[in-house]
Ligand binder design. Structure first.
Ligand SMILES: [Mn+2]
Length: 326
C-alpha cells in the first residue's frame, strides 16, 4: 500500500514537473521572440494589438545576407531601407478600401545575424528561422539582401507543403549550376530550388547564359515567361497562371521590375516588368492559389533616391492586402 502510494505521488510529481517545464519553455520562447515597435516596425504601426508576434498573422523577417553579389554591392542594406520607406506608405489602401494592417496584424522581427555564416550555414539559418514562423502558424514574409536567401525560405515552407511551387519574378533566371565556383551564389539560387524537385514559374527573365536556357528547355519543372514574351503575348498572365500548383511561394527579385521604377538594384536590366501588370498578375495568383509565403530581395539602396525601396514597401503591403481578402 505504501509502495503503491509512493508510485502515485511520484507520478503526480512527474506530471507536475512536466507541466511546469512546459509552461517555462513556452514563456521563455515567447520572451525570446523579440519584435519591433512603431519606431522600427513595418509601416510604423503604433497599436501593439496589430504588431505583436502573438497577435499578428503576418510576420516580416529580415535576412541581410550578402556574400556573393557580382556587380553592385549593398543589398545587405535593402531590408532596413524597405522598412524605413514603409513608414511613408499610406495605411489605407484605396483599391481595397481598407486599412490592411487591421486585418491580421503585421509583426516585424529584428534582422537575422549572419556572423560567421556563409553559403550552406546561412541558408540553414534562414530555413530554421522561417520554419519557426511556419510552425507557429504565421505567414512568413522575408526581406532579403541577395537572392540566395530564398533557398532557405523555400526549404522551410516545403517542410509543411511538400508540393510547393515557386513563382519567381526576376530579370535573371538564377539557374547557373554554380557561379564563381559557388553553388550557393545568388545566380544559382533557382538551380538549387530546382534540385529540390520544386516546380518553378519565372516571369520577366531577360538575362541568362546559354546553359540556363538549355536547362529550361530540358526540364519539365521550369516554366519561363521571358520579358520579350510578356511584351508580345497578351495572354502571358493566363498562361503563367495555368502552370502554378495549388500551394505557391512567391519570390520577387526587385530587378524583375523595370529600372525606371526600381533603379536601386545590384544588376539592373532594361525591359523590365511594370507596376500595374505585375500586381494585376499577382492579384490573380493570390486569388486562385494558396500562398504560403513570399520574399522581396536584391534592393541595394542608392543615395539620393528612395523610389526603389518605397516601391518595394508598397508592393509588400499590397500583397498582404490581396492575401487578406481571402
Ligand atoms: Mn535578379
Amino acid at each position: 500500500m505504501v509502495f503503491l502510494l509512493q508510485i502515485n505521488i511520484n507520478k503526480i510529481n512527474h506530471l507536475r514537473l512536466f507541466f511546469i517545464f512546459k509552461i517555462c519553455t513556452s514563456l521563455l520562447s515567447r520572451k525570446n521572440m523579440k519584435y519591433y515597435n512603431h519606431k522600427k516596425n513595418f509601416l510604423a504601426i503604433e497599436d501593439e494589438d496589430f504588431y505583436s508576434f502573438e497577435k499578428s498573422k503576418y510576420v516580416i523577417q529580415s535576412a541581410p545576407y550578402e556574400y556573393t553579389s557580382s556587380y553592385i554591392a549593398g543589398s545587405d542594406k535593402g531590408p532596413a531601407a524597405i522598412i524605413n520607406a514603409s513608414h511613408f506608405v499610406e495605411l489605407y489602401d484605396e483599391e481595397l478600401d481598407q486599412e490592411t494592417y487591421l486585418k491580421g496584424g503585421i509583426c516585424t522581427l529584428p534582422p537575422m545575424d549572419f556572423k560567421n555564416k556563409v553559403d550552406k550555414k546561412a541558408v540553414d539559418l534562414i530555413e530554421k528561422e522561417t520554419y519557426k514562423l511556419v510552425k507557429a502558424g504565421k505567414f512568413p514574409i522575408t526581406l532579403g539582401a541577395e537572392h540566395t536567401i530564398s533557398l532557405g525560405c523555400v526549404k522551410a515552407v516545403k517542410q509543411k507543403y511538400d508540393d510547393v511551387h515557386v513563382l519567381q519574378i526576376d530579370a535573371h533566371s538564377d539557374l547557373r549550376m554554380e557561379y564563381h565556383g559557388n553553388p550557393y551564389s545568388h545566380a544559382s539560387v533557382m538551380a538549387r530550388v530546382h534540385d529540390l524537385n520544386v516546380p518553378l514559374t519565372q516571369i520577366g527573365i531577360r538575362a541568362q547564359c546559354i546553359e540556363e536556357s538549355l536547362l529550361i528547355k530540358q526540364s519539365d519543372n521550369i516554366h519561363t515567361f521571358y520579358a520579350h514574351q510578356v511584351r508580345n503575348n497578351p495572354n502571358w498572365a493566363l498562361e503563367a497562371l495555368k502552370t502554378l500548383g495549388p500551394n505557391v511561394y512567391i519570390s520577387i527579385d526587385a530587378d524583375g521590375f523595370d529600372p525606371s521604377i526600381v533603379p536601386a538594384v545590384g544588376t539592373a536590366e532594361p525591359n523590365g516588368m511594370q507596376w500595374n501588370e505585375t500586381i494585376n498578375f499577382l492579384k490573380q495568383v493570390i486569388a486562385s492559389r494558396n500562398i504560403v509565403g513570399f520574399d522581396v530581395v536584391e534592393i541595394a539602396p542608392k543615395k539620393g533616391t528612395i523610389l526603389s525601396e518605397f516601391t518595394m514597401a508598397k508592393l509588400v503591403y499590397k500583397l498582404i492586402g490581396y492575401i487578406s481578402l481571402k
